[in-house]
Ligand binder design. Sequence first.
Ligand code: G3P
Ligand code: CA
Length: 240
Amino acid sequence: MKIYAHRGYSAKYPENTLPAFQAAANLPIDGVEFDVHLTKDGRVVVIHDESIDRTSNGVGYVKDMTLEELREYDYGSWFSEEFAGAKIPALGEVLNIFRGTDLRVNIELKSDIFAYAGIEELVLQEVEALEMMDQVVISSFDHEAVARIAQLAPNVENAALFVNTILDVAAYQAKLPAKALHVSLPSSVRRPIREAIEKGSVVRVYTVNEVEHAALIIGSGVEAIFTDEPERMLGYMRQN
Ligand code: G3P
Ligand code: CA
């Protein structure tokens, strides 16, 4: 089972910041995952929530601020004073950390309440400019966005995200089409996902932070897990 660092090495560093990504890049893991939103001036930025309230010292929605305005805030202190001054990264800055490494790069397109028109094209343009089309996996809970990625870039790996599974998930996957399924830990132990794996679906599971949970899915054919604790999971995988 492969290991992807979820929002970078987010257990020990502020999620979705350059320190978290640099720490992930220094580990012998298989991939990294992060989330992207669109700014007022059409820049793709890396942050989990649609607002900056939880992970910065500012307030407001990403969509209502330019990149320059977003960079006025501190995205590290909420986690620890050690990381005071960490800035919100633009997509290209994060891609450059992983460019030329062996890590897969999973870009999750967020939409939440606000739809970001054109975010699929913008993300693909940046990935293509850095010649990383073979290195990325583009995923979303917004399955219309997954279908647009499939249409715009059929050779780029895409993935449909699920909180809960649906019964014939493999047939749904083929219809989208999606190359992989990214599913929650509870879904991953249910029959529909097990059947999808038997039918050949690539399944990756979020967010697996406890070894007891990894033990439930190791050997089930799950290709990879997303974890905030990549070193803990590396230790577990080495023993199993
Ligand atoms: O991409 C897997 C996982 O990150 C999805 O959930 O809320 O952590 O973005 P969330
Ligand atoms: Ca995510």
